[in-house]
Ligand binder design. Structure first.
Ligand code: HAM
Length: 413
């Protein structure tokens, strides 16, 4: 068994026994998001690299360290690390700003980030996400968060926590960044290397640091005072208050977390995450927020927008395992041509049916039927002569004989 090729580190096969879980979360997404008027969009997995350096931000870890980028015909191309930028590109390119607002889009599919693989973190992972364009009011933020919670509930996930914060707008945030830098200056040497790098480029991201020694610095009273100060301007504060009122009215529970800053540069005002206590360190199942400047930054008419994405592998790891679906029927017969014909008849009637393709012994076929199907359709010599079929319920053991054309109608025993 030498020289067997293996799946790349940080990537996984989704095997037939797992696929029903995937279909389940995909179908629920379609069902729930459609109720809110969202339509599915499918954008390419490859995009020009500039889309992400301009869109996600070139001070982010995603753009700096994690992108799968390659050259082709003198163009720099990247496997999408997330899909907000791609959907925004498509929104602009396809003139969707001419549609009446809001434009509501949802997507599912693989994303690629060259991160250190660990439980809940892969290099190829899947997201299901939504983006809503054209509404600046907090109703849009509230609807998107409510829909995320309702989607999770539809999957059977109720005990998750919504974390909420407002990052303000570029103006009020700049003032906050300066105050943060000022208060952290005396501790600069004690900050981790990542935080030292972010100090100038993206000081807000310091708050997201998971390194214990940094966390201790953020707990210092003078730093806490800055973190907890109400830095956002009146308009941003009003937007945030409205959002919270809507969420309260819709009975969506949330915790406010001033340290929630998110790892992508495009957010302003609302940011949120939904977390599970059952996921270990990679505990965010959902991340999202408002990004009012991105459409303009990528060359479109300035358009407010808000959205979220959820990690599908993380959703699946929280769900109870599903048993694989059984076939409706398995044909047991030593007359392959007749089995073939009956299988096609039943398939045309809408049943999932298999028969033995290798002419095994009758008893072996029956054993197989019991493993894989709900009913055995038995075709012996007598049944064939009389154009009948014996149908055995493999759960109860009950067996009846029916005329071929009526077999389907007999399946309620
Ligand atoms: P994000 O927080 O980078 O946001 O990713 C969203 C979710 O994708 C995470 O909460 C997590 O569940 C999952 N995820 C991210 N990275 C990995 C990984 N390496 N392995 C497994 N799961 C992962 C975004 O991507 C934004 N585009 C969300 C958004 C949409 N904001 C506005 N609209």
């Amino acid at each position: 068994m030498a020289n067997i090729l293996k799946v790349l580190k940080g990537t996984k096969d989704i095997l037939p026994q797992e696929i029903e879980m995937w279909h389940f979360i995909e179908q629920k997404a379609d069902e729930v998001f459609s109720k809110y008027g969202f339509k599915e969009i499918r954008t390419p997995i490859i995009e020009v690299t500039e889309l992400f350096s301009r869109g996600v931000g070139d001070t982010t870890d995603i753009v700096n360290k994690e992108m799968y980028t390659f050259e082709k015909s003198d163009r720099s191309i990247t496997l999408r690390p997330e899909n907000t930028a791609g959907v925004v590109r498509s929104y602009i390119e396809n003139g969707m700003s001419r549609l009446s607002a809001p434009v509501k889009l949802w997507y599912k599919g693989p994303m690629f980030r060259y991160e250190r693989p660990q439980a809940g973190r892969q290099r190829q992972f899947h997201q299901v996400g939504v983006e809503m364009f054209g509404i600046k009011q907090a109703t849009a933020d509230a609807e998107v968060i409510l829909m995320a919670v309702n989607y999770l509930k539809a999957l059977g996930l109720n005990d998750l926590e919504v974390e909420l914060n407002s990052l303000g707008c570029p103006t009020c945030r700049d003032e906050f960044k300066n105050r943060l830098k000022e208060v952290l200056k005396p501790y600069f040497e004690e900050l981790c290397e990542d935080c030292q790098n972010r100090y100038e480029k993206n000081p807000l991201r310091l708050l997201d640091c998971k390194v214990d020694s940094c966390k201790k610095i953020f707990e210092k009273p003078e730093v806490q005072e800055v973190i907890n100060s109400d830095f956002i301007c009146d308009e941003c504060a009003e937007h945030y208050t409205e959002l919270k009122l809507y969420l309260d009215r819709m009975q969506v529970k949330y915790n406010e977390n001033k340290l929630l800053v998110r790892g992508l540069d495009y957010y302003n005002r609302t940011v949120f995450e939904i977390k599970s206590n059952n996921l270990g360190s990679q505990n965010a199942v959902c991340g999202g927020g408002r990004y009012d400047a991105l459409v303009g930054q990528l060359g479109g008419e300035p358009t407010p927008a808000v959205g979220f994405a959820m990690g599908m592998e993380r959703l699946i790891s929280l769900l109870p395992e599903k048993e694989s679906k059984k076939l409706d029927g398995y044909i047991v017969s030593n007359f392959p041509t007749d089995a073939f014909i009956l299988a096609e008849e039943l398939r045309k009637d809408g049943l999932n049916v298999e028969f033995d393709l290798s002419n095994k012994k009758f008893t072996k076929q029956l054993e197989k039927a019991a493993k894989v199907a709900k009913y055995a359709f038995i075709l012996g010599e007598e049944e064939i002569l009389k154009h009948q079929v014996s149908i055995k319920n493999l759960e109860t053991g009950q067996q009846i004989k029916a005329d071929r054309g009526f077999a389907l109608k007999m399946l309620d025993f």
